[in-house]
Write a protein that binds this ligand. Structure first.
Ligand SMILES: [Zn+2]
Ligand SMILES: [Zn+2]
Length: 1007
């Protein structure tokens, strides 16, 4: 059974009046203030502190860089919903929120604020003092994070989100950074950390590599670039040229070779001015359009080994490489399909290969032992030694290459539209650059070997991660496929960021001498903790003391190379920011949300929280980022999934279906949305939505939800309070079982419906489907309002003929509203609190327990629910029938013949239910499908009786409407004038419309 309905405090006789036009956002603010002033948030968090049941939710850190938008409120509603639900169920929880702090996104904003444009500017913040400049810059980054974390905290509170706000975790904390060190150390022990010399995507503004993880689909832009077809004269063949096409002309000075597909046919085509061009046969028509002549056709393999001259051969840097590598310079080679596939859908079938400026180019170069010409600096300026190009920016000034080519080398310059990647942070177009970066290897077997009973033979990180990912419950289910797709195809994890300041200090200490001696295979070490660093330090500890492990102070500390004894420094790089968020299952779980991680202090206790039960995030991007990083770090540390379940959700769009953009006027800042919509309505919009689908969000959608659900709930509550006060209803001590003894079938039915709803909401929330739970509640509130209350209006106030029945109605509705406020509190905490506290006088709905339904008490009566459902369908058919007949519902009918499409035995429906149908349809007898009659013994009424009843009903309706026009309160008494013909009914009328005196006249008048 439900636990006993809450008795009202004895002194509380009347419920507070309920306002029909309540200002809901103001009401929310009232409760917000109350909750924090009265310590309700704290009591809520401590409610189950001694419980043996744990619910472990882990917050994915929000980037503390700007105020929240309404889209943040979607995820944060889920992040509050389940903790609230499990709190009602009596589970112990941590209630910790997190902020993501380190990385480019903060740096870029601070740079903007200070008007800085480059690395040089940052290092010269305090003129002439690099170290002090970096210290200041890092401090400003920290300050920015603290500033916005405060704003986001206040906004989250406004959302009704209950958490341990004084102890949110910050990924910039010492605990977080040192835990990543521990992870990296373990990677190092496995032999998975290496320094790679690779072509990497690079942001010329941020002057740093952008890892494959950070290149999200949404950061690719449709751009038009000038592509160029250019000729490369073949050495030793008069007037014969290779015709090559590229969409990145800035890379042409770095050209080393031309790739062809050995199996394709290539044709030599006669062009203008006695020039001849080699092009893949299939592309000849596309390139030359018309008026061309094919001179001959050969297999691609016949062209391999040809050498050519190129446009920039006279630049010193190019010459130098040419001289040193004459064998492998400017040659035609057959491509390797697996590295650099060549197609015949566009281009010429001959591919410009710039080993230093492209991922595939670099790989081909490595395979064939080709040399390379690095051409750009970190900011994409051409390097020195490139003649007239040197010092000019390759990306900003493509015309310097194009203008040069147009003189003598270009065959055609064509505008070309393609999807091109930009920096995820500053939106600058990326370039490709060969750099030394640090990686975690995905495919190396562990150096420490594998204990087969432990791991099932998975040797590499990739294999282990795939196994771990499969143990996780992914919602929606396609999440697993997306994660596996990424895990199977991703490259090694690029974990370093060059030239940056605000980030994890990668604890890699490299000895240049030993590294050189071993060709980079050895000569570096990874430090795994602050203690280890202290132990190994040979200098700089004093300067570091008292500082967080960030630049520049961490770099004061030098350690001794274990091989050669030289004093060595930390690599200058900072870490990839996803390392920071990926470690949180290990670094943030502590006994009171702010002491040392339990993973280190007390692993047994930590295991009670790990793997966490739930994480929930918007999935675009996270498969490559947060989910990936957590799985990687947890696989290395414990070979366990970091979370048991992930609930992913889509993207929020404006209600016009377009992405939200300030400039398009469809973006809504959180605080503005909260004040206009009210957060309860907002939260309801989020929770009733299918998370797998993108969500359209805006003020119109909010109005719909408010009207269709929220106000229906409010008006139901208002109805109860208004009439319970008028009828001086006093809450008894009944529980749900005794309520079930009511003789009224409507009470039995709504109690059963409520029991079913509670069970179903509980089941759905335990299965993490907020949507199904919310829709159950909507359906119930609709049943409550449009059937239970509608059919019970004549049971209350002046309409009531039966005191016991009236009281049963109030008891039933009271019990339902109180318990309904409890089950909706995880969804809409503010209105739930308003209803709950007014009805019960209790301290807070937030300190309640979930209604406990014990099935043995048979509150649930599915047979009755089914009958009522049928009855309501018969009523619908009856209303349609009345419409066809053109007889208004006010006019009583002796019999109505209803045609129902239901093919059921109508005899199975009880008499009480049929009586409800008769009343709703305002008829004395019903016939369904010409066969079924109710009542069995026909109720006889004369035409005259019916007319009289109809006139009386019409009169009462008219008086009520006049009362309304006069603005009278429900319990205001009136003097009344009615036509003489109603004299015999005057007592009945007086009771129904609260008339003190009745006089007679031609027309109805309320005086
Ligand atoms: Zn950038
Ligand atoms: Zn050394």
């Amino acid at each position: 059974m439900f636990k006993p309905v809450h008795p009202v405090k004895s002194s509380l006789r009347e419920f507070n009046r309920v306002n029909a036009s309540e200002n809901f956002p103001e009401m929310e603010k009232k409760w917000l203030k109350h909750w924090y002033e009265k310590g309700i948030n704290k009591k809520y968090r401590e409610k189950n502190k001694n419980s043996k049941k744990y619910f472990s939710f882990l917050d994915g850190p929000i980037t503390a860089n700007n105020p929240m938008g309404v889209h943040h409120a979607w995820g944060r509603t889920y992040k509050d919903l389940w903790p609230r639900f499990y709190n009602l169920l009596g589970y112990k929880q941590r209630f910790q929120n997190g902020f993501d702090c380190q990385g480019l996104w903060v740096e870029v904003e601070v740079e903007k604020e200070l008007g800085l444009h480059s690395k040089k500017d940052i290092e010269n913040l305090i003129p002439g003092d690099t170290k002090a400049s970096i210290a200041k810059f890092v401090q400003l980054c920290k300050d920015r994070v603290l500033k916005f974390s405060k704003i986001q905290t206040e906004q989250s509170k406004r959302l009704g989100y209950f958490a341990d706000w004084d102890h949110s975790y910050f990924t910039m904390s010492d605990e977080n950074n040192y835990m990543i060190w521990k992870f990296l150390k373990k990677c190092y022990e496995y032999g998975w950390i290496y320094k790679g010399h690779e072509s990497v995507p690079w942001c010329p503004r941020c002057e740093t590599a952008i890892s494959q993880h950070e290149m999200l689909t949404e950061d690719y832009k449709e751009l038009v670039h000038q592509s160029v077809y250019f000729k490369l004269p073949i050495i030793g063949r008069e007037n014969e040229n290779l015709l090559v096409w590229t969409t990145t002309p800035w890379t042409i000075p770095a050209n080393i070779a031309v790739a062809i597909e050995a199996t394709f046919d290539y044709s030599l085509v006669q062009g203008n001015a006695n020039q001849k061009f080699w092009v893949a046969k299939e592309l000849v028509k596309m390139v030359f359009k018309e008026n061309y002549k094919i001179l001959k056709t050969v297999k691609g393999s016949d062209l391999v080994g040809l050498k050519y001259t190129a446009p920039f051969d006279n630049l010193p840097k190019v010459k130098e490489v040419a001289d040193k590598n004459s064998e492998k310079f400017h040659i035609v080679f057959a491509t390797d399909k697996n590295i650099l596939p060549i197609t015949t859908t566009e281009g010429t079938g001959m591919v410009h290969t710039a080993v230093s400026a492209g991922v595939e180019d670099f790989k081909m170069g490595k395979k064939l032992g080709l040399p390379m010409i690095p051409v750009i600096e970190d900011n994409a300026d051409y390097m020195s030694g490139l003649g007239f190009l040197s010092g000019k920016n390759a990306k900003k000034h493509p015309e310097i290459i194009l203008d040069y080519l147009k003189k003598d080398w270009a065959f055609a310059v064509v505008a070309y539209k393609h999807r091109y990647p930009a920096c995820w942070r500053c939106k600058t177009e990326l370039v490709w650059k060969v750099e030394d970066e640090w990686y975690i290897a995905m495919d190396l077997p562990s150096k420490l070997g594998v204990r087969s009973y432990e791991l099932g033979g998975e040797k590499t990180l990739r294999q282990r991660m795939i196994k771990v990912a499969k143990k996780i419950k992914w919602m929606p289910e396609f999440g697993l496929d997306r994660e596996l797709d990424w895990l199977k195809n991703m490259h090694d994890w690029l974990i370093s960021k060059k030239n940056r300041y605000w980030g994890l200090a990668l604890p890699i200490y490299e000895c240049p001498a030993c590294a050189k001696a071993s060709a980079g295979k050895e000569g570096f070490e990874v430090i795994g903790s602050k203690e280890e660093l202290k132990k190994r330090a040979v200098s700089g500890l004093e300067e570091f003391e008292g500082h967080s492990p960030h630049k520049p102070f961490i770099d004061e500390v030098k350690i001794k190379c274990q091989k050669c004894g030289e004093s060595i420094s930390r690599t200058n790089d900072v870490g990839n920011p996803w390392l920071d968020a990926g470690i949180v299952p290990y670094s943030t779980i502590s006994k009171d949300n702010h002491s040392q991680p339990l993973y280190i202090e007390n692993k047994e206790e930590w295991k009670k929280w790990f793997p966490v039960d739930l994480i929930t995030e918007s999935f675009p991007g996270q498969f490559k980022n947060w989910f990936y990083a957590m799985i990687a770090e947890s696989t290395v540390l414990e070979n366990e999934p970091p979370f048991k379940r992930v609930l992913g959700f889509g993207t929020q769009l404006g209600e016009d279906g377009r992405p939200m953009h300030k400039s398009w006027g469809n973006a809504i800042e959180f605080s503005e949305g909260a004040d206009k919509i009210g957060v309860d309505v907002m939260r309801w919009m989020f929770t009733r939505h299918n998370p797998a689908d993108n969500m359209l969000f805006g003020y119109k959608k909010a109005d719909e939800v408010r009207r269709q659900f929220y106000l229906m709930l409010w008006n139901t509550y208002k109805f109860f309070v208004e009439y319970a006060n008028l009828d001086k209803f006093i809450v008894g001590n009944k529980n749900f079982c005794s309520l079930q003894n009511s003789k009224n079938v409507l009470d039995k039915w709504i109690l059963s419906r409520f029991a079913s709803t509670v069970l179903s909401v509980e089941k759905n929330l335990k299965e993490f489907s907020a949507k199904d739970a919310a829709l159950e509640i909507e359906k119930f509130v609709s049943d409550l309002s449009t059937w239970f209350i509608r059919r019970s209006r004549d049971r209350v106030w002046v309409n009531s003929e039966d005191e016991t029945d009236k009281n049963n109605f109030y008891e039933t509705l009271y019990a339902i509203l109180v318990n309904l406020s409890i089950i909706i509190s995880p969804f809409m905490p503010f209105v739930a609190e308003e209803i709950y506290t007014n009805l019960t006088g209790g301290e807070s709905v937030n300190l309640e327990s979930w209604p406990d339904i014990n099935l043995k008490y048979k509150i649930q009566n599915s047979e009755l629910e089914k009958q009522m459902e049928i009855a309501r369908k018969v009523v619908e058919a009856g209303q349609a029938e009345r419409k066809t007949l053109g007889v208004k519902i006010r006019i009583p009918l002796a019999n109505l013949n209803v045609k129902s499409e239901l093919s059921i035995n109508f005899n199975t429906i009880s008499n009480e239910v049929w009586d409800v149908v008769l009343k709703e349809l305002n008829i004395k007898n019903i016939t369904v499908n010409d066969r079924f009659h109710y009542p069995k013994i026909e109720v006889k009424v004369t035409e005259e009786q019916l007319k009289e009843e109809g006139r009386l009903r019409e009169l009462v309706r008219e008086i009520q409407s006049q009362r309304k026009i006069k603005g009278l309160k429900t319990d205001d008494k009136i003097n009344l004038v009615i036509p003489k013909e109603f004299e015999s009914k005057k007592d009945f009328i007086a009771k129904r419309v609260l008339a003190k005196e009745i006089s007679y006249g031609d027309k109805v008048a309320v005086l």
